[in-house]
Design a protein around this ligand. Sequence first.
Ligand SMILES: Cc1ncc(COP(=O)(O)O)c(C=O)c1O
Length: 449
Amino acid sequence: MNGKILSEYEARHPKSKSLAGRAEGLFPSGVTHDARAFFPFRIYVDHAQGARKWDVDGNMYIDYIGGHGSLLLGHRHPEVMEAASSAAGKGTHFGSSHLYELEWAEQVIDLVPCAQKVRFTSSGTEATMMALRLARAYTGRDRVIKFADHFHGWHDIVVGRQSNQEATPTSVGVPDSFYDSLTVLPPNDTTLLADALSSRDVAAVIIEPTGAHWGMHPVATNFLRQIRDLTEKTGTLFIMDEVITGFRASKGGAQERYSITPDLSTHAKILAGGFPGGCVAGPNSILNILELRESDQHWNKEERVAHQGTYNGNPVSAAAGTETLRLISNGNHTDQAEKSASLLVNSLEVLFQAKSVDASAWNVSSMWHLNMGAGGVRPDDAEADPPYEPAGIRPDLMHPLRLSLYNHGVDLMADGGMVSSAHGQEEIGLTVDAFSSAIDELRDEGLLE
Ligand SMILES: Cc1ncc(COP(=O)(O)O)c(C=O)c1O
Protein backbone atom coordinates (compact mmCIF):
# COMPACT_ATOMS: atom_id res chain seq x y z
CA MET A 1 0.00 0.00 0.00
CA ASN A 2 1.45 3.40 -0.91
CA GLY A 3 -1.35 5.90 -1.34
CA LYS A 4 -2.36 9.10 0.41
CA ILE A 5 -3.18 7.43 3.74
CA LEU A 6 0.36 6.10 4.04
CA SER A 7 2.04 9.31 2.91
CA GLU A 8 0.00 11.30 5.41
CA TYR A 9 0.92 8.83 8.17
CA GLU A 10 4.61 9.32 7.32
CA ALA A 11 4.22 13.10 7.21
CA ARG A 12 2.43 13.30 10.58
CA HIS A 13 4.91 11.14 12.47
CA PRO A 14 8.53 12.14 11.69
CA LYS A 15 9.77 11.81 15.27
CA SER A 16 8.06 8.45 15.77
CA LYS A 17 9.65 7.25 12.53
CA SER A 18 13.06 8.29 13.75
CA LEU A 19 12.61 6.55 17.14
CA ALA A 20 11.31 3.43 15.40
CA GLY A 21 14.49 3.39 13.29
CA ARG A 22 16.58 3.60 16.46
CA ALA A 23 14.61 0.73 18.03
CA GLU A 24 15.30 -1.63 15.11
CA GLY A 25 18.81 -2.29 16.39
CA LEU A 26 17.68 -2.69 19.98
CA PHE A 27 14.68 -5.02 19.95
CA PRO A 28 13.49 -7.76 17.59
CA SER A 29 11.19 -5.92 15.15
CA GLY A 30 11.80 -2.86 17.29
CA VAL A 31 9.17 -3.72 19.92
CA THR A 32 8.82 -5.12 23.43
CA HIS A 33 5.45 -6.88 22.94
CA ASP A 34 4.22 -8.64 19.77
CA ALA A 35 0.98 -6.62 19.80
CA ARG A 36 2.92 -3.36 19.55
CA ALA A 37 4.46 -4.23 16.16
CA PHE A 38 2.99 -2.10 13.38
CA PHE A 39 4.13 -1.37 9.85
CA PRO A 40 5.72 0.70 8.42
CA PHE A 41 6.50 1.93 11.96
CA ARG A 42 4.59 2.48 15.20
CA ILE A 43 3.79 5.69 17.02
CA TYR A 44 5.85 6.64 20.08
CA VAL A 45 3.72 7.99 22.91
CA ASP A 46 4.90 10.81 25.12
CA HIS A 47 2.11 11.14 27.70
CA ALA A 48 -1.53 10.29 28.36
CA GLN A 49 -4.50 11.53 30.35
CA GLY A 50 -7.99 10.10 30.79
CA ALA A 51 -9.11 8.57 27.49
CA ARG A 52 -6.44 10.33 25.43
CA LYS A 53 -2.76 10.04 24.65
CA TRP A 54 -0.27 12.19 22.77
CA ASP A 55 2.64 11.05 20.63
CA VAL A 56 6.13 12.56 20.37
CA ASP A 57 5.03 14.53 17.28
CA GLY A 58 2.26 16.22 19.28
CA ASN A 59 -0.65 14.26 17.75
CA MET A 60 -3.55 13.40 20.08
CA TYR A 61 -5.38 10.05 20.03
CA ILE A 62 -8.52 8.69 21.60
CA ASP A 63 -7.00 5.60 23.15
CA TYR A 64 -8.67 2.21 22.88
CA ILE A 65 -5.64 0.20 24.01
CA GLY A 66 -5.94 1.44 27.58
CA GLY A 67 -2.68 -0.08 28.77
CA HIS A 68 -3.53 -3.44 27.11
CA GLY A 69 -6.81 -3.32 29.02
CA SER A 70 -5.39 -2.40 32.42
CA LEU A 71 -6.83 1.13 32.67
CA LEU A 72 -10.56 0.93 33.35
CA LEU A 73 -10.38 4.38 34.97
CA GLY A 74 -8.38 5.89 32.11
CA HIS A 75 -4.83 7.18 32.17
CA ARG A 76 -3.44 8.85 35.27
CA HIS A 77 -6.53 8.76 37.45
CA PRO A 78 -5.62 11.32 40.14
CA GLU A 79 -6.43 9.15 43.17
CA VAL A 80 -4.58 6.14 41.76
CA MET A 81 -1.55 8.28 40.92
CA GLU A 82 -1.59 9.75 44.42
CA ALA A 83 -1.75 6.29 46.02
CA ALA A 84 1.14 5.02 43.86
CA SER A 85 3.33 8.09 44.47
CA SER A 86 2.70 8.00 48.18
CA ALA A 87 3.69 4.31 48.33
CA ALA A 88 6.76 4.88 46.12
CA GLY A 89 7.78 7.71 48.44
CA LYS A 90 8.18 5.17 51.25
CA GLY A 91 10.23 2.68 49.22
CA THR A 92 9.70 0.52 46.15
CA HIS A 93 10.59 -2.89 47.55
CA PHE A 94 10.93 -3.97 51.16
CA GLY A 95 11.50 -7.66 50.57
CA SER A 96 9.12 -7.97 53.53
CA SER A 97 5.42 -8.10 54.19
CA HIS A 98 3.55 -4.78 54.25
CA LEU A 99 0.13 -3.26 54.86
CA TYR A 100 -0.47 -2.46 51.17
CA GLU A 101 -0.62 -6.14 50.20
CA LEU A 102 -3.20 -6.85 52.92
CA GLU A 103 -5.47 -4.04 51.75
CA TRP A 104 -5.04 -5.16 48.14
CA ALA A 105 -6.00 -8.76 48.94
CA GLU A 106 -8.99 -7.61 51.03
CA GLN A 107 -10.32 -5.63 48.05
CA VAL A 108 -9.95 -8.65 45.74
CA ILE A 109 -11.69 -10.95 48.22
CA ASP A 110 -14.53 -8.44 48.66
CA LEU A 111 -15.10 -8.14 44.91
CA VAL A 112 -14.38 -11.56 43.36
CA PRO A 113 -17.04 -14.22 44.11
CA CYS A 114 -14.70 -17.26 44.06
CA ALA A 115 -12.02 -15.59 46.21
CA GLN A 116 -11.46 -16.71 49.79
CA LYS A 117 -7.71 -16.33 49.48
CA VAL A 118 -5.37 -14.88 46.87
CA ARG A 119 -1.69 -15.20 45.94
CA PHE A 120 -0.11 -12.30 44.05
CA THR A 121 2.13 -12.77 41.03
CA SER A 122 3.87 -10.27 38.75
CA SER A 123 1.74 -10.79 35.62
CA GLY A 124 -1.25 -12.51 34.09
CA THR A 125 1.02 -15.09 32.49
CA GLU A 126 2.34 -16.06 35.91
CA ALA A 127 -1.21 -16.18 37.28
CA THR A 128 -2.45 -18.70 34.69
CA MET A 129 0.77 -20.72 35.09
CA MET A 130 0.14 -20.91 38.83
CA ALA A 131 -3.58 -21.70 38.50
CA LEU A 132 -2.82 -24.66 36.24
CA ARG A 133 -0.09 -25.91 38.58
CA LEU A 134 -2.42 -25.62 41.58
CA ALA A 135 -5.11 -27.51 39.68
CA ARG A 136 -2.72 -30.34 38.87
CA ALA A 137 -1.49 -30.52 42.45
CA TYR A 138 -5.03 -30.40 43.88
CA THR A 139 -6.53 -33.04 41.59
CA GLY A 140 -3.47 -35.26 41.14
CA ARG A 141 -4.20 -35.20 37.38
CA ASP A 142 -2.03 -33.87 34.54
CA ARG A 143 -4.32 -33.12 31.62
CA VAL A 144 -5.53 -29.58 30.93
CA ILE A 145 -8.27 -28.47 28.55
CA LYS A 146 -8.14 -25.09 26.87
CA PHE A 147 -10.13 -23.69 23.97
CA ALA A 148 -8.85 -22.98 20.48
CA ASP A 149 -7.53 -19.46 20.09
CA HIS A 150 -8.10 -18.54 23.74
CA PHE A 151 -5.15 -16.59 25.09
CA HIS A 152 -3.73 -17.18 28.54
CA GLY A 153 -0.28 -15.59 28.30
CA TRP A 154 2.94 -16.98 26.89
CA HIS A 155 4.12 -19.79 29.21
CA ASP A 156 4.78 -23.23 27.77
CA ILE A 157 1.51 -25.14 28.22
CA VAL A 158 -0.72 -22.42 26.74
CA VAL A 159 1.24 -21.67 23.56
CA GLY A 160 2.85 -23.59 20.76
CA ARG A 161 1.33 -26.39 18.76
CA GLN A 162 -1.75 -26.83 20.82
CA SER A 163 -3.33 -29.77 19.04
CA ASN A 164 -2.95 -31.85 15.92
CA GLN A 165 -5.77 -29.88 14.38
CA GLU A 166 -3.97 -26.58 14.76
CA ALA A 167 -1.51 -26.50 11.92
CA THR A 168 0.00 -23.13 12.72
CA PRO A 169 2.14 -22.85 15.82
CA THR A 170 1.85 -19.62 17.76
CA SER A 171 5.27 -20.24 19.24
CA VAL A 172 8.05 -22.67 18.49
CA GLY A 173 10.59 -23.52 21.16
CA VAL A 174 8.33 -25.77 23.25
CA PRO A 175 9.00 -29.53 23.11
CA ASP A 176 6.21 -31.49 21.39
CA SER A 177 5.98 -33.80 24.39
CA PHE A 178 4.85 -30.87 26.48
CA TYR A 179 1.50 -31.01 24.72
CA ASP A 180 0.84 -34.66 25.54
CA SER A 181 -1.17 -33.47 28.52
CA LEU A 182 -3.04 -30.68 26.74
CA THR A 183 -6.37 -31.02 24.93
CA VAL A 184 -7.55 -28.09 22.80
CA LEU A 185 -11.27 -28.00 22.07
CA PRO A 186 -13.50 -25.69 20.03
CA PRO A 187 -15.56 -23.51 22.39
CA ASN A 188 -19.35 -23.79 22.60
CA ASP A 189 -19.35 -27.56 21.91
CA THR A 190 -20.74 -29.26 25.01
CA THR A 191 -20.69 -32.75 23.51
CA LEU A 192 -16.96 -32.63 22.82
CA LEU A 193 -16.29 -31.19 26.26
CA ALA A 194 -18.37 -33.85 28.02
CA ASP A 195 -16.55 -36.52 26.06
CA ALA A 196 -13.11 -35.11 26.92
CA LEU A 197 -13.98 -34.91 30.62
CA SER A 198 -15.58 -38.35 30.84
CA SER A 199 -12.28 -40.17 31.44
CA ARG A 200 -11.90 -38.13 34.65
CA ASP A 201 -8.22 -37.48 34.03
CA VAL A 202 -8.48 -33.71 33.48
CA ALA A 203 -7.10 -31.38 36.14
CA ALA A 204 -8.65 -28.16 34.83
CA VAL A 205 -10.63 -26.47 32.10
CA ILE A 206 -9.40 -22.92 31.49
CA ILE A 207 -11.30 -20.34 29.44
CA GLU A 208 -11.49 -16.65 28.57
CA PRO A 209 -15.07 -16.25 29.83
CA THR A 210 -16.26 -13.75 27.19
CA GLY A 211 -14.54 -15.64 24.37
CA ALA A 212 -11.19 -15.74 22.59
CA HIS A 213 -9.37 -12.41 22.57
CA TRP A 214 -11.83 -10.78 25.01
CA GLY A 215 -14.85 -11.68 22.92
CA MET A 216 -13.65 -11.53 19.31
CA HIS A 217 -15.22 -15.01 19.11
CA PRO A 218 -17.87 -14.83 21.84
CA VAL A 219 -18.62 -17.72 24.15
CA ALA A 220 -22.25 -18.56 24.95
CA THR A 221 -23.12 -17.94 28.59
CA ASN A 222 -24.84 -21.28 28.56
CA PHE A 223 -21.55 -22.93 27.60
CA LEU A 224 -19.97 -21.43 30.73
CA ARG A 225 -22.81 -22.96 32.76
CA GLN A 226 -22.20 -26.30 31.13
CA ILE A 227 -18.48 -26.11 31.91
CA ARG A 228 -19.40 -25.44 35.54
CA ASP A 229 -21.77 -28.37 35.60
CA LEU A 230 -19.52 -30.87 33.80
CA THR A 231 -16.36 -29.97 35.74
CA GLU A 232 -18.24 -30.36 39.02
CA LYS A 233 -19.52 -33.80 37.98
CA THR A 234 -16.05 -35.03 36.95
CA GLY A 235 -13.90 -33.65 39.77
CA THR A 236 -12.22 -31.19 37.39
CA LEU A 237 -11.36 -27.61 38.35
CA PHE A 238 -12.90 -24.74 36.38
CA ILE A 239 -10.50 -21.82 35.89
CA MET A 240 -11.86 -18.52 34.58
CA ASP A 241 -9.04 -16.47 33.16
CA GLU A 242 -10.25 -13.01 34.17
CA VAL A 243 -7.01 -11.20 33.34
CA ILE A 244 -9.01 -8.93 31.02
CA THR A 245 -12.60 -9.39 32.21
CA GLY A 246 -11.80 -9.08 35.92
CA PHE A 247 -13.16 -5.80 37.41
CA ARG A 248 -14.35 -4.91 33.86
CA ALA A 249 -17.15 -7.30 32.80
CA SER A 250 -18.61 -6.15 36.12
CA LYS A 251 -16.99 -5.06 39.39
CA GLY A 252 -16.70 -8.77 40.25
CA GLY A 253 -15.71 -9.78 36.69
CA ALA A 254 -17.39 -12.23 34.34
CA GLN A 255 -18.11 -14.63 37.21
CA GLU A 256 -20.32 -12.00 38.85
CA ARG A 257 -21.83 -10.80 35.57
CA TYR A 258 -22.97 -14.31 34.63
CA SER A 259 -23.48 -15.63 38.19
CA ILE A 260 -21.21 -18.60 37.50
CA THR A 261 -18.55 -19.19 40.13
CA PRO A 262 -15.39 -20.98 38.97
CA ASP A 263 -13.01 -22.87 41.28
CA LEU A 264 -10.15 -20.51 40.52
CA SER A 265 -9.82 -17.22 38.69
CA THR A 266 -6.75 -15.46 37.38
CA HIS A 267 -6.36 -11.68 37.40
CA ALA A 268 -3.92 -8.98 36.31
CA LYS A 269 -4.20 -5.66 34.41
CA ILE A 270 -6.97 -3.65 36.18
CA LEU A 271 -6.08 -5.55 39.36
CA ALA A 272 -2.89 -3.49 39.68
CA GLY A 273 -4.29 -0.18 38.38
CA GLY A 274 -1.90 0.12 35.42
CA PHE A 275 1.15 -1.24 37.28
CA PRO A 276 2.61 -4.76 37.03
CA GLY A 277 0.80 -7.39 39.04
CA GLY A 278 -1.40 -10.47 38.89
CA CYS A 279 -3.06 -12.97 41.20
CA VAL A 280 -4.82 -16.29 41.52
CA ALA A 281 -8.02 -16.22 43.57
CA GLY A 282 -9.91 -19.21 44.94
CA PRO A 283 -11.07 -21.15 47.98
CA ASN A 284 -8.88 -21.89 50.99
CA SER A 285 -8.92 -25.59 50.12
CA ILE A 286 -7.01 -24.98 46.87
CA LEU A 287 -4.93 -21.90 47.72
CA ASN A 288 -3.67 -23.56 50.90
CA ILE A 289 -1.64 -25.98 48.78
CA LEU A 290 0.82 -23.08 48.76
CA GLU A 291 1.15 -22.94 52.54
CA LEU A 292 4.36 -23.71 54.38
CA ARG A 293 3.72 -25.73 57.54
CA GLU A 294 5.95 -24.97 60.48
CA SER A 295 6.68 -28.52 61.52
CA ASP A 296 5.67 -30.69 58.60
CA GLN A 297 8.73 -31.15 56.41
CA HIS A 298 7.09 -33.94 54.43
CA TRP A 299 4.28 -31.59 53.39
CA ASN A 300 6.68 -28.74 52.69
CA LYS A 301 8.99 -30.80 50.52
CA GLU A 302 6.70 -33.36 48.92
CA GLU A 303 3.16 -32.05 48.79
CA ARG A 304 2.97 -28.31 48.53
CA VAL A 305 3.29 -26.08 45.48
CA ALA A 306 6.29 -23.79 45.90
CA HIS A 307 6.04 -20.17 44.83
CA GLN A 308 8.58 -17.39 44.69
CA GLY A 309 8.73 -14.15 42.67
CA THR A 310 10.71 -11.02 43.49
CA TYR A 311 7.95 -8.59 42.60
CA ASN A 312 4.93 -10.45 44.03
CA GLY A 313 2.79 -7.99 45.98
CA ASN A 314 5.02 -5.05 45.10
CA PRO A 315 3.99 -2.11 47.36
CA VAL A 316 3.55 0.43 44.53
CA SER A 317 1.39 -1.95 42.49
CA ALA A 318 -0.48 -2.91 45.65
CA ALA A 319 -1.26 0.72 46.52
CA ALA A 320 -2.37 1.58 42.96
CA GLY A 321 -4.38 -1.65 42.75
CA THR A 322 -6.09 -1.12 46.10
CA GLU A 323 -7.14 2.41 45.16
CA THR A 324 -8.33 1.28 41.72
CA LEU A 325 -10.43 -1.52 43.16
CA ARG A 326 -11.81 0.79 45.86
CA LEU A 327 -12.97 3.20 43.13
CA ILE A 328 -14.46 0.35 41.08
CA SER A 329 -16.23 -1.27 44.03
CA ASN A 330 -19.51 0.69 43.72
CA GLY A 331 -19.91 -0.48 40.10
CA ASN A 332 -20.16 3.05 38.63
CA HIS A 333 -16.93 2.90 36.63
CA THR A 334 -17.75 -0.44 34.99
CA ASP A 335 -21.26 0.85 34.18
CA GLN A 336 -19.96 4.13 32.73
CA ALA A 337 -17.35 2.35 30.56
CA GLU A 338 -19.97 -0.09 29.30
CA LYS A 339 -22.40 2.74 28.52
CA SER A 340 -19.75 4.52 26.45
CA ALA A 341 -18.81 1.28 24.65
CA SER A 342 -22.48 0.69 23.75
CA LEU A 343 -22.81 4.29 22.52
CA LEU A 344 -19.72 3.82 20.36
CA VAL A 345 -20.89 0.53 18.89
CA ASN A 346 -24.40 1.84 18.19
CA SER A 347 -23.01 5.00 16.58
CA LEU A 348 -20.65 2.97 14.40
CA GLU A 349 -23.52 0.71 13.31
CA VAL A 350 -25.50 3.82 12.25
CA LEU A 351 -22.44 5.15 10.40
CA PHE A 352 -21.83 1.85 8.59
CA GLN A 353 -25.45 1.75 7.48
CA ALA A 354 -25.49 5.40 6.39
CA LYS A 355 -22.34 4.88 4.34
CA SER A 356 -23.35 1.39 3.13
CA VAL A 357 -20.23 -0.22 4.56
CA ASP A 358 -20.33 -3.97 4.99
CA ALA A 359 -19.16 -3.96 8.58
CA SER A 360 -20.47 -4.30 12.09
CA ALA A 361 -19.39 -3.60 15.64
CA TRP A 362 -20.36 -5.17 18.96
CA ASN A 363 -19.40 -5.01 22.58
CA VAL A 364 -19.43 -7.18 25.66
CA SER A 365 -19.32 -4.76 28.59
CA SER A 366 -16.59 -2.21 27.78
CA MET A 367 -14.74 -4.45 25.29
CA TRP A 368 -15.69 -3.83 21.67
CA HIS A 369 -14.90 -5.36 18.30
CA LEU A 370 -15.19 -4.49 14.66
CA ASN A 371 -16.16 -6.88 11.94
CA MET A 372 -15.00 -5.48 8.63
CA GLY A 373 -15.87 -7.16 5.40
CA ALA A 374 -18.39 -9.08 3.37
CA GLY A 375 -20.45 -11.80 4.98
CA GLY A 376 -19.78 -10.60 8.49
CA VAL A 377 -22.16 -11.97 11.09
CA ARG A 378 -23.93 -9.27 13.07
CA PRO A 379 -24.40 -10.54 16.60
CA ASP A 380 -26.84 -8.23 18.31
CA ASP A 381 -26.46 -9.94 21.65
CA ALA A 382 -23.06 -11.56 21.84
CA GLU A 383 -23.60 -12.73 25.39
CA ALA A 384 -26.92 -14.49 25.01
CA ASP A 385 -26.57 -16.35 21.76
CA PRO A 386 -23.29 -15.75 20.00
CA PRO A 387 -22.32 -17.37 16.76
CA TYR A 388 -18.87 -18.87 17.35
CA GLU A 389 -17.21 -17.14 14.45
CA PRO A 390 -18.32 -13.57 13.84
CA ALA A 391 -15.58 -13.63 11.22
CA GLY A 392 -15.24 -11.44 8.20
CA ILE A 393 -12.44 -9.30 9.55
CA ARG A 394 -10.35 -8.46 6.56
CA PRO A 395 -6.68 -7.92 7.39
CA ASP A 396 -6.31 -6.17 4.04
CA LEU A 397 -8.79 -3.56 5.34
CA MET A 398 -7.80 -3.47 9.01
CA HIS A 399 -4.27 -2.25 8.40
CA PRO A 400 -5.11 0.74 6.18
CA LEU A 401 -8.11 1.47 8.41
CA ARG A 402 -5.84 1.66 11.47
CA LEU A 403 -3.34 3.83 9.56
CA SER A 404 -6.09 6.23 8.56
CA LEU A 405 -7.56 6.25 12.07
CA TYR A 406 -4.13 7.20 13.42
CA ASN A 407 -4.15 10.12 10.99
CA HIS A 408 -7.52 11.13 12.44
CA GLY A 409 -6.61 10.65 16.09
CA VAL A 410 -7.81 7.18 17.10
CA ASP A 411 -5.68 4.27 18.38
CA LEU A 412 -7.39 0.87 18.14
CA MET A 413 -6.37 -2.31 19.97
CA ALA A 414 -6.36 -5.03 17.31
CA ASP A 415 -9.90 -5.11 15.86
CA GLY A 416 -11.51 -2.84 18.44
CA GLY A 417 -10.48 -2.02 21.94
CA MET A 418 -11.10 -1.21 25.55
CA VAL A 419 -13.29 1.66 26.70
CA SER A 420 -12.57 3.31 30.04
CA SER A 421 -14.83 5.27 32.35
CA ALA A 422 -12.96 8.37 31.14
CA HIS A 423 -14.38 7.92 27.61
CA GLY A 424 -17.34 10.30 27.39
CA GLN A 425 -19.64 11.49 24.62
CA GLU A 426 -16.98 13.84 23.25
CA GLU A 427 -14.43 11.04 22.81
CA ILE A 428 -17.04 8.77 21.22
CA GLY A 429 -18.07 11.59 18.84
CA LEU A 430 -14.44 12.18 17.80
CA THR A 431 -14.00 8.45 17.22
CA VAL A 432 -17.08 8.19 14.99
CA ASP A 433 -15.95 11.26 13.01
CA ALA A 434 -12.53 9.64 12.54
CA PHE A 435 -14.19 6.45 11.26
CA SER A 436 -16.28 8.49 8.85
CA SER A 437 -13.18 10.15 7.38
CA ALA A 438 -11.28 6.86 7.29
CA ILE A 439 -14.10 5.15 5.36
CA ASP A 440 -14.05 7.97 2.78
CA GLU A 441 -10.27 7.70 2.44
CA LEU A 442 -10.34 3.92 2.06
CA ARG A 443 -12.88 4.38 -0.73
CA ASP A 444 -10.80 7.13 -2.36
CA GLU A 445 -7.89 4.71 -2.49
CA GLY A 446 -10.07 1.94 -3.93
CA LEU A 447 -9.58 -0.27 -0.86
CA LEU A 448 -13.23 -0.38 0.19
CA GLU A 449 -16.25 -1.06 -2.00
C1 LIG B 1 -6.96 -13.47 29.02
C2 LIG B 1 -5.50 -13.21 29.26
N1 LIG B 1 -4.83 -14.06 30.04
C3 LIG B 1 -3.53 -13.86 30.33
C4 LIG B 1 -2.84 -12.80 29.80
C5 LIG B 1 -1.39 -12.60 30.11
O1 LIG B 1 -1.23 -11.52 30.98
P1 LIG B 1 0.15 -10.73 31.05
O2 LIG B 1 0.30 -9.97 29.77
O3 LIG B 1 0.01 -9.85 32.25
O4 LIG B 1 1.22 -11.75 31.23
C6 LIG B 1 -3.50 -11.89 28.98
C7 LIG B 1 -2.79 -10.73 28.40
O5 LIG B 1 -3.27 -10.00 27.58
C8 LIG B 1 -4.87 -12.11 28.69
O6 LIG B 1 -5.55 -11.29 27.88
